[in-house]
Design a protein around this ligand. Structure first.
Ligand SMILES: [Fe+2]
Ligand SMILES: [Fe+2]
Length: 194
């Protein structure tokens, strides 16, 4: 099957989890490049993966165990697609390059992306301010941990620490869970290892 996506200045047509653009430049239809298509497909499949995992939890709670299984399985299918698109985009480098990219992403989120989002949510008194606050603080920790890992890998060492996740706010600690989470206050007993 040959799929041709075109782009149009007039706007974006969305349907379901996919979207298609048409762009007219001086009356000409311009074809999207494969790189643009890959970026869009990667974003869509990544979001579908997360949505289906959230839908699975909801189905589980409502007592539909097999519907939950279908959502979880389809989420994995979308992850397979997303990973393939990301690889085709050349997004996966050496571990040093990947850690550098991860530090860049986490630092951007902490310094530039979340502060105005949190300010807006606070101004709107929107419940999003809770998770924006958690994410803003946790991303800084993630960046610091990736920096430690980068230093180790540059010396051809793996990190030896155990890695603990707060499932409430996304805070991460090495070695041992903290008595209480410094971001959300959750107890050590709720921390998990992935
Ligand atoms: Fe993060
Ligand atoms: Fe937490």
């Amino acid at each position: 099957m040959v799929l041709i996506l075109t782009r149009m200045v007039s706007g974006k047509v969305s349907f379901g989890l996919c979207s298609m653009y048409h762009e007219l430049k001086e009356g000409k239809t311009v074809m999207a490049t494969t790189k643009e298509n890959l970026k869009e497909a990667f974003a869509g499949e990544s979001q579908a993966n997360q949505k289906y995992l959230a839908f699975a939890k909801e189905a589980e709670k409502a007592g539909f165990a097999n519907v939950a299984k279908l959502f979880r399985t389809t989420a994995q299918a979308e992850r397979i697609h997303a990973e393939g698109h990301f690889a085709a985009l050349g997004g996966i480098g050496s571990t040093i390059e990947n850690l550098e990219a991860a530090i860049g992403g986490e630092t951007f989120e902490h310094n530039e992306m979340y502060p105005p989002m949190l300010a807006q949510a606070e101004a709107d008194e929107h419940p999003a301010k809770r998770m924006f606050t958690f994410a803003l603080k946790a991303e800084q920790v993630h960046a610091e941990l990736y920096k430690k890992a980068l230093e180790a890998v540059r010396n051809s060492q793996d990190i030896t620490a155990e890695v603990w996740l707060c499932p409430i706010c996304g805070h991460i600690e090495l070695d041992n869970p903290p008595e209480t989470c410094p971001i959300c206050g959750a107890k050590a007993s709720v921390f998990v290892q992935v």
